[in-house]
Design a protein around this ligand. Structure first.
Ligand code: ZN
Ligand code: ZN
Length: 210
């Protein structure tokens, strides 16, 4: 799966766990959440999974929202009809975006200077399309773009072959044929187009407990 999705997922977990452990009690971290009027759907779900499913309590979430809404209510009192209503981005998204920009550049630097990694990348299943777009936007030279495009094209072509094979083996005439690597091609297609992991698997459990 996409190596940048792994990095993004790690950045999300670290942010959410840090916020859960410490941030929720810190005025400064709460101010950031206030300015964003809460977290986005994806990140608040991660937070809820730690607290409500993991700790089986709603005290932490309730306290965090009580502090956040104290600021929100005060902001709404001072919102004039002529003024624009503006929200800062979700702080966990902002953290992830910053981390991913740095890692997209890091990947390009490594591909340019580390032949071993470049070779592994060339034989890899590429990256998801959101991260393809990101890394491509950081590529400065034609050579860098050519490498990225070739790897992505080859990966997508191999996936297409697997998808077709998977569909073919569903035909009753070929059902007796043993299933091979193509059996999970549909899942790889989901990951390549929508990224990894699926939201229900992005639980806030710490890495060590999995
Ligand atoms: Zn990705
Ligand atoms: Zn977010």
């Amino acid at each position: 799966m996409c190596p940048l999705c792994r990095v993004a997922h790690k950045a999300d977990r670290e942010y959410i766990w840090h916020f859960f452990d410490e941030g929720a009690n810190e005025g400064e971290a709460i101010d950031v959440v206030q300015r964003a009027y809460g977290f986005c759907r994806e990140h608040v779900d991660m937070l809820c999974r730690i607290e409500i499913e993991g700790m089986q309590s709603t005290l932490g979430i309730s306290t965090m929202f009580a502090d956040t809404f104290a600021g929100i209510v005060s902001n709404l009192h001072s919102l004039a009809p002529r003024a624009e209503f503006q929200r800062a981005p979700c702080p966990a998204c902002a953290n992830r975006d910053e981390c991913m920009s740095a890692n997209a550049q890091y990947l390009l630097d490594e591909l340019a200077t580390n032949p071993g990694l470049r070779e592994r990348f060339e034989a890899s299943p590429g990256v998801c399309f959101a991260h393809f777009e990101l890394v491509r936007s950081f590529a400065q030279t034609t050579e860098e773009r050519e490498l990225l495009d070739r790897v992505q094209r080859d990966a997508a072509s191999r996936l297409l072959t697997d998808l077709k094979e998977h569909v073919r083996k569903h035909d009753h005439r070929f059902r007796h044929e043993p299933k091979g690597a193509e059996r999970d091609s549909w899942r790889r297609a989901v990951y390549m187009t929508a990224g990894w992991p699926p939201p229900s698997e992005s639980a806030g459990e710490p890495e060590a407990h999995r």
